[in-house]
Design a protein around this ligand. Structure first.
Ligand code: TXA
Ligand code: MG
Length: 340
């Protein structure tokens, strides 16, 4: 089916309209504080199947189930560890997904056949009003085509999903900009499956944190990972992305030496003027890790719009939310890093 995709507002009336689409088994683009999601009724297997189709997503990659309130967590999950309750108290609502043993009511297609389900309560008020209006848990992956950078505006969702879904709720730019922190539990320990705005340092207030496989190194073919999403190449613009690790001076020297038509520097904002003075095209992505998280996907999309062939990204910090930025960049770069 080809839709005439509409961008709608976050007014009560438009949210009611979007909620009716969900009740009718359709898919809606939904803002959250992290990135936009492709929302469908998590309990409706055929609506969930349509999410996989719209995204071109591999069937073995489970979806996150979004709830309007943390009070609903035990309706959909069971045997919840104490550590999860502590995390929920600290970070829900917020950019955190907890992988927990699922109850029967969650269809296999939603959890990709796993006996666990990822649960998240978004902090974004439009998202929560929308989920509450739907009256059902909402399955939502990031609203990009599989492999592309995640969308942080309604326009990005439109670019990827035009004709594939009936409506997108416009909630403005996402304030976090990278997807939620995903954790699972082993005994009293917290296993970090995907870094996000909530950092390992913050998580460790609730229990010991184990860093899962695939976060800062590539996973080899056939290797088993706890989070299926970590296997796939991701977030990649059409340009070849290379991460350059080193001081601002060494980075500038390297990029200037490689500068040719079709090349761009995804640099820190503070490095722009020096590079531009030497004729390098810049796509600056902020100075602090928070700014970089917010701008990363937007800038990766711009690299395509501007038609760059080779992008040299200056390596971010690897702690705090910087770890999430580094992880997404690594995957955009296919793990290609040059250390100076
Ligand atoms: O911020 C976010 O989390 C956004 C917004 C829309 O909420 N959603 C999002 O969904 O990023 P998605 O599908 O693009 O990424 C979900 C990640 C994948 O890496 C997936 O493998 C992992 O979470 N995941 C989901 N359920 C899981 C489970 N039961 N066990 C292990 N990993 C799981
Ligand atoms: Mg995604």
């Amino acid at each position: 089916m080809v839709y005439d995709t509409r961008i709608i507002s976050d007014s009560d009336e438009d949210l009611q309209y979007a909620a009716q689409l969900i009740k009718d088994g359709k898919i809606v683009g939904m803002p959250t504080e992290t990135v936009y999601g492709l929302a469908a009724d998590a309990l409706n297997p055929s609506a969930v199947a349509d999410i996989f189709k719209a995204k071109g997503r591999p069937q073995d990659n489970p979806l996150i189930v979004h709830l309007a309130s943390a009070d609903d967590i035990d309706k959909y999950t069971q045997n919840i560890p104490e550590t999860a309750y502590r995390l929920a108290e600290m970070f829900c609502p917020g950019p955190l997904t907890m992988v927990l043993p699922k109850r029967e009511c969650i269809p296999d297609i939603t959890s990709a056949g796993l006996d666990t389900v990822g649960i998240r309560i978004p902090a974004d008020s439009t998202a929560r009003r929308f989920i509450a209006a739907c009256g059902t848990p909402i399955a939502a992956p990031s609203a990009n085509l599989s492999g592309s950078p995640s969308p942080t505006t309604a326009k990005h969702v439109f670019q990827d999903m035009q004709g594939r879904i009936p409506a997108i709720i416009d909630g403005g730019s996402c304030c976090v900009g990278v997807e939620s922190t995903v954790v699972s539990f082993e005994g009293d320990n917290i296993v970090l499956l995907r870094p996000g705005f909530i950092s390992p340092e913050e998580l460790s207030a609730a229990g010991e944190v184990i860093i899962g496989k695939g976060i800062t190194e590539a996973v080899s073919d056939g290797e088993i990972v706890r989070s299926p999403g970590m296997k796939y190449k991701h977030y990649s613009p059409k340009a070849n992305v290379t991460i350059i690790e080193g001081s601002s001076e060494k980075y500038a020297e390297y990029v200037i030496s490689k500068n040719e038509i079709g090349t761009a520097a995804m640099c820190f904002a503070s490095e722009t003027s020096e590079l531009e003075r030497c004729g390098v095209k810049c796509v600056p992505y902020g100075n602090t890790s928070e700014e970089q998280a917010q701008l990363l996907f937007l800038r990766l999309r711009e690299c395509d719009e501007l038609g760059f062939k080779q992008v040299y990204a200056h390596c971010p910090e690897k702690n705090g939310v910087g770890l999430a930025v580094y992880n997404r960049l690594l995957r955009a770069a296919g793990f290609e890093v040059i250390k100076l």
